[in-house]
Design a binder for this molecule. Structure first.
Ligand SMILES: Cc1cc2nc3c(=O)[nH]c(=O)nc-3n(C[C@H](O)[C@H](O)[C@H](O)COP(=O)(O)O)c2cc1C
Length: 194
C-alpha cells in the first residue's frame, strides 16, 4: 500500500457513481481520505441502489471518511501532507465557495488548503448549461492552478455503455496525477476511411 495520501470529496452534484468509481481506482495508488457532503448523501440516495452499501464501500476503500462538518479533521490543515485533492462530482455551490475562499465546511477548507499550499486540485464540475457565474468561477480557479475536468461525453473510443463513459472521466482525472490505467482506448490516429 502506497504511503502517498490523496483527498477525495463527493459533493451534491449529479454524478455520484463517478466519484464512487474514482474512489476504487484511487485506493489502489493512495491512502484515501474521503469527504462526503450532506447533499452528496442525498444525491447518493437518488443515484445508487443502496446508499448504505455505497457508504460502507467508501469506508472500506478509505483511511478515513469525513462529513463536511468535521472541520477539525487532519485534511483541514496544510501541515497534513497530501498529493492533492479531487472534487468529484463538484457542485456549483462548492465551486463558488472555493472561488471565493469561503472555507465554510471541510470540503471547501481542504480545497482552499490545496490552493494556498500549491498542491494539485482537480475539479469535476457537473451542471448544464453552465451560467456565466459558473464559468467565471471555473476560470478563477483555473487561474490559481486547479484542473477543471468536467464529465464530458466522448465517443471516439467507442464506449459500450455507461460504465465506459464513467471510466472515461475517471481515466481523465487520474491522468492529472500522471496515472494511466487504460480505462479507455486512447486515440491512436485517424482510421482509414476506405
Ligand atoms: C438529485 C439532485 C441532483 C443535483 N444535481 C446537481 C448538479 O448536477 N449540479 C449542481 O451544481 N447541483 C446539483 N444539485 C444541487 C446541490 O445538491 C445543491 O446545490 C447543494 O446545496 C450542494 O451542496 P454541496 O456542494 O455542499 O454538496 C442537485 C441536487 C439534487 C437533490
Amino acid at each position: 500500500m502506497s504511503e502517498k495520501r490523496i483527498v477525495l470529496a463527493l459533493t451534491g452534484a449529479s454524478g455520484i457513481p463517478i466519484g464512487l468509481r474514482l474512489a476504487e481506482e484511487l485506493s489502489e495508488d493512495f491512502k484515501l481520505f474521503t469527504i462526503v457532503s450532506d447533499s452528496a448523501v442525498k444525491v447518493m440516495e437518488e443515484e445508487t441502489d443502496s446508499k448504505k452499501e455505497k457508504m460502507e464501500k467508501l469506508e472500506s476503500l478509505s483511511e478515513e471518511v469525513y462529513s463536511e462538518e468535521e472541520v477539525e479533521a487532519s485534511v483541514a490543515s496544510g501541515s497534513f501532507q497530501t498529493e492533492g485533492m479531487i472534487m468529484c462530482p463538484c457542485s456549483m455551490k462548492t465551486l463558488s465557495g472555493l472561488a471565493t475562499g469561503r472555507s465554510s465546511n471541510l470540503i471547501e477548507r481542504a480545497g482552499d488548503v490545496c490552493i494556498k499550499e500549491g498542491r494539485k486540485l482537480v475539479l469535476v464540475p457537473r451542471e448544464t448549461p453552465f451560467s456565466q457565474i459558473h464559468l467565471e468561477n471555473m476560470l478563477k480557479l483555473s487561474r490559481v492552478g486547479a484542473d477543471i475536468v468536467p464529465p464530458v461525453l466522448g465517443f471516439y473510443f467507442d464506449p459500450d455503455g455507461l460504465g465506459d463513459v464513467v471510466d472515461y472521466t475517471v481515466g481523465k482525472v487520474l491522468e492529472r496525477f500522471e496515472i494511466s490505467k487504460g480505462l479507455y482506448d486512447t486515440w491512436e490516429g485517424e482510421r482509414s476511411l476506405v
